[in-house]
Design a protein around this ligand. Structure first.
Ligand code: 5GP
Length: 130
């Protein structure tokens, strides 16, 4: 069965899309720990990030770098943090989280966003993606 993230890539489940390349896809985390929390995934469904073949791992990492630069431009933050968990969704993904302080990287704390906020943020990040 396809993962939730494969269904997002296929357009079967909606998402707030931020960026896309031939092999990679980025969208807002639906339960963000900070405003600007983005997930970067390979379109190919592989459970564990570190099982990706070298080529795709490299492409995903460079894609995440580009997305992080958009986040830095759009979201007020000191730096963009990176996390790999993968305990909930078995489809490799890199969390990118704008940080004002260490405490922003807390996966037990979530921020509420309205549908309008999600839409605007995704559009702003997409426009800033280079
Ligand atoms: P992890 O697998 O890294 O432990 O956590 C999975 C992440 O994916 C969580 O931060 C969760 O909020 C996010 N997530 C789970 N399902 C969906 C979904 O259907 N849409 C979006 N946009 N994010 C999701």
């Amino acid at each position: 069965m396809a993962s939730i993230f494969s269904k997002i890539v296929a357009g079967e489940i909606p998402c707030y899309k931020v960026a896309e390349t031939e092999k990679c896809f980025a969208f807002l985390d639906i339960n963000p720990v900070a405003k600007g929390h983005v997930l970067c995934i390979p379109k190919k469904e592989v459970d564990y990030l570190f099982d990706l073949d070298e080529q795709l791992y490299g492409e995903l990492t460079l894609f995440a770098q580009r997305v992080a630069k958009s986040i830095k431009k759009v979201c007020p933050c000191k730096k963009v943090g990176v996390a790999v968990l993968g305990l909930e969704v078995p489809h490799a993904h890199i969390h990118l989280i704008p940080l004002q302080s260490e405490g922003d990287m807390d996966f037990h704390h979530h921020v509420k966003m309205t549908e309008e906020e999600f839409k605007k943020l995704a559009a702003d990040l997409a426009a800033a993606f280079e």
